[in-house]
Design a protein around this ligand. Structure first.
Ligand code: B12
Ligand code: SF4
Ligand code: SF4
Length: 353
């Protein structure tokens, strides 16, 4: 079996991108350890400790693994980029979260590919499906498998498809000749670094694999999705109107200028820029009804209201005063404190220069 055979099967299973890497530790595994030690993982406990050790060698996930089949599935839809969006009364949900939660959707596709491989080879082999949550440095293997290069924004970018795609893997005990990584095509471009509103893309130390890395503690994606509890005061003003995730460093990337879209029903937008005033007033049941089954549910009700309060404060519109006052009276101390912060921002906007 060759990587081209696997690609043909992967296309039938709905994966636009596919390549094969060897199931061996990647050269940059030491850098991962340093990244965690530097504190760049923030409070994401699943990236540290034993889960970090597991990341060192994919054979710790499947002892018999010989090859990693890396898959990419496009989620882009022909909707606006956040950098071209100017409706101040609305918040922004990042592109990957507009449709159905990709974890289940990707897993179903990977299981289908697993079944197709068994039928094609007629051989018995061991396998393991991974999507995002497995302790595997997905971008490293996807790069090795030729799916793209790791850009200065640290996203995996494909020359023809841009970076709006999810990654998933099928670890197999089959020996499949691997693909080659493509060259780095960022060149002298630094647009993403300049555009990041919180300065989260920072120069990496010389020992690192790439030239830049992300300090998650400054990244809006981390702050709005992963971080539980209060958002540090000093980063709130840079978060703008983002209520879930952030797309800026990909929106400005020239490789996404003509990025292809998908017509896959699961990824068609449900909510992308909800009205902030309306979001501030939703009940927990309404939150579940609106965002259940989408990635947004990961923020949880409390986290989402916290994000909405920050976004309203950053927009500074007078019409947000009443909804923020209501949130400031919330029983949830985190929501209440962020709403008070938002109110102070509106008052500041009131003052003449
Ligand atoms: C933790 C995490 C985050 C964190 C940290 C982000 C980060 N840059 O590390 C936060 C919450 C901030 C985040 C944000 C986002 N994430 Co995220 N995230 C992850 C997760 C779970 C682990 C990533 C990780 O291990 N980070 C630690 C660092 C050190 O690892 P790394 O960046 O992968 O770097 C390794 C290699 O890539 C390599 N490397 C790095 N640079 C270079 C350069 C060169 C030249 C070479 C050779 C190697 C190399 O060395 C590192 C050590 O091995 C992965 C899924 C997974 N299991 O891998 C998804 C994943 C990376 N996220 C994804 C997405 C979609 C996002 C967001 C776009 C979501 C959004 N819209 O808000 C943003 C993008 C922000 C950004 N610019 O990175 C996708 C990326 C798809 C793609 N095309 O790249 C992934 C792969 C999930 C998936 N299965 O699809 N994420
Ligand atoms: S996702 Fe947003 S905050 Fe995070 S690095 Fe990219 S532009 Fe910066
Ligand atoms: S914006 Fe420029 S530097 Fe950043 S990832 Fe894209 S090509 Fe690379």
């Amino acid at each position: 079996m060759t990587a081209d055979d696997v690609r043909a099967l992967a296309r039938e299973c709905g994966f636009e991108l596919c390549g094969v890497a060897q199931a061996e530790p990647v050269a940059e595994r030491e850098w991962y350890r340093q990244w965690v030690a530097a504190g760049f993982a923030g409070e994401m406990g699943y990236l540290t400790g034993r889960r970090a050790e597991l990341r060192e060698d994919p054979r710790r996930l499947l002892a018999s693994a010989r090859s990693i089949i890396c898959l990419g599935r496009l989620y882009n839809t022909p909707w606006p980029y956040s950098t071209r969006f100017d409706q101040e009364d609305r918040g922004w949900i990042s592109r990957y979260a507009w449709g159905e939660d990709y974890h289940h959707e990707m897993r179903r596709g990977l299981e289908r590919l697993d079944a197709s491989l068994r039928e094609w080879t007629g051989a018995a082999f061991e396998s393991k499906v991974c999507v995002d949550t497995a302790p595997l440095v997905e971008r490293s293997y996807a790069r090795m498998a030729g799916l793209g290069w790791i850009g200065n924004n640290t996203c995996l970018i494909n020359q023809g498809s841009g970076s709006w795609f999810f990654l998933g893997e099928l670890l197999v005990s089959l020996n499949i000749p691997p693909d080659e990584p493509p060259p780095d095509r960022c060149g002298t471009c630094t647009r993403c670094i300049e555009a990041c509103p919180t300065g989260a893309i920072i120069p990496a130390p010389e020992s690192a694999a790439g030239r830049y890395t992300i300090d998650s503690r400054l990244c809006i994606s981390y702050l709005t999705i992963e971080l539980r509890g209060p958002v540090p005061d000093e980063v709130r003003s840079g978060m703008g109107g983002h209520v879930f995730g952030c797309d800026i460093c990909q929106d400005v990337c020239p490789w996404n200028r003509r990025a292809p879209s998908t017509s896959r029903a699961a990824y068609q937008p449900r909510h992308h820029a909800p009205r902030l005033e309306e979001m501030a007033g939703i009940t927990e049941e309404e939150f579940r009804a609106m965002f259940g089954g989408t990635p947004v549910s990961r923020a949880r009700y409390s986290g989402f209201l916290r994000n909405v309060a920050i976004a309203m404060g950053n927009r500074g519109l007078e019409c947000f005063r009443a909804p923020l006052e209501r949130l400031a009276a919330s029983d949830d101390p985190v929501v209440a404190e962020h709403a008070q912060w938002g109110l102070r921002r509106i008052r500041r906007h009131d003052r003449p220069d």
